[in-house]
Design a binder for this molecule. Structure first.
Ligand code: MN
Length: 232
């Protein structure tokens, strides 16, 4: 069998302290998973079931340990926002995964940015339209090295932060996730068969805001390193 055109390369993320890469199959994202962020987006932080959107796998921008990668300011927006998030990397697939066994499906964790064209997202949201133009654009998922869970364990608390040009913009704690990582995996796996290589962006704490060309955006999750990008 031969392809009519050359196949695209497999998007991949570096593995921390390793020469291996983690191949990315799909990117799922949770919307509004911290109460204070839900409020700043204009909604009630009740415990409605989590909701999800997707980004294409090739939206990842892999950022190696200790390096800063240029990310182009995206077209057709005047309100390009940062969102720092814990990212879960799935190593074992499943459907209808139980909350109790969910951690067994996690290969590792990383720091990621769910970059957002907020003006487009809000315009689409207000018209009841899909969010892709606001969320699923090129380079919208910068991500740092994946730390294997075999090394880190499964975090239930830990500081989440983001700075722009050294100024703190976002501060939160994994303990404040409305839907925990196991609950998120259990819920998502009812609707999609999760498979190895899937990434789940778990939501962002309050303090999202705009970035402009030249900004240095750094973010981290306690125990999982720091991720830095330069808006170019
Ligand atoms: Mn997000």
């Amino acid at each position: 069998m031969s392809y009519a055109i050359p196949p695209a390369s497999i998007p991949a993320v570096p593995v921390a302290d390793s020469t291996d890469s983690f191949p990315v199959r799909r990117i799922y994202c949770v919307g509004r998973n911290y109460a204070a962020h839900a409020r700043e987006m204009g909604s009630d932080p009740d415990r409605d079931p989590p909701f999800f959107f997707c980004k294409p796998a090739d939206a990842v921008v892999p950022v190696a340990q200790g390096s800063t990668v240029d990310v182009a300011y995206p077209p057709e927006t005047a309100n390009y926002h940062h969102e720092v998030e814990l990212v879960v990397a799935i190593g074992k697939g499943g459907r209808y995964i139980s909350i109790d066994s969910a951690n067994d499906h996690v290969w590792g964790y990383a720091v990621g940015f769910d970059m957002t064209r907020r003006d487009l997202q809000f315009a689409l949201r207000d018209k009841g339209r899909p969010w892709e133009l606001g969320k699923a654009f090129d380079q919208s998922a910068p991500i740092g090295p994946i730390v294997p869970a075999s090394r880190s364990g499964h975090p239930t608390a830990g500081k989440v932060w983001l700075t722009v040009n050294g100024k703190t913009k976002q501060e939160g704690d994994l303990a404040d996730l409305i839907w925990s990582v196991p609950e998120t995996i259990a819920h998502l796996s009812k609707y999609f068969e999760l498979l190895p290589g899937d990434l789940i962006f778990t939501g962002t704490p309050e303090g999202v805001g705009p970035v402009v060309r030249g900004d240095l955006v750094s973010g981290g999750v306690e125990g999982f390193g720091e991720l830095s990008i330069r808006i170019a």
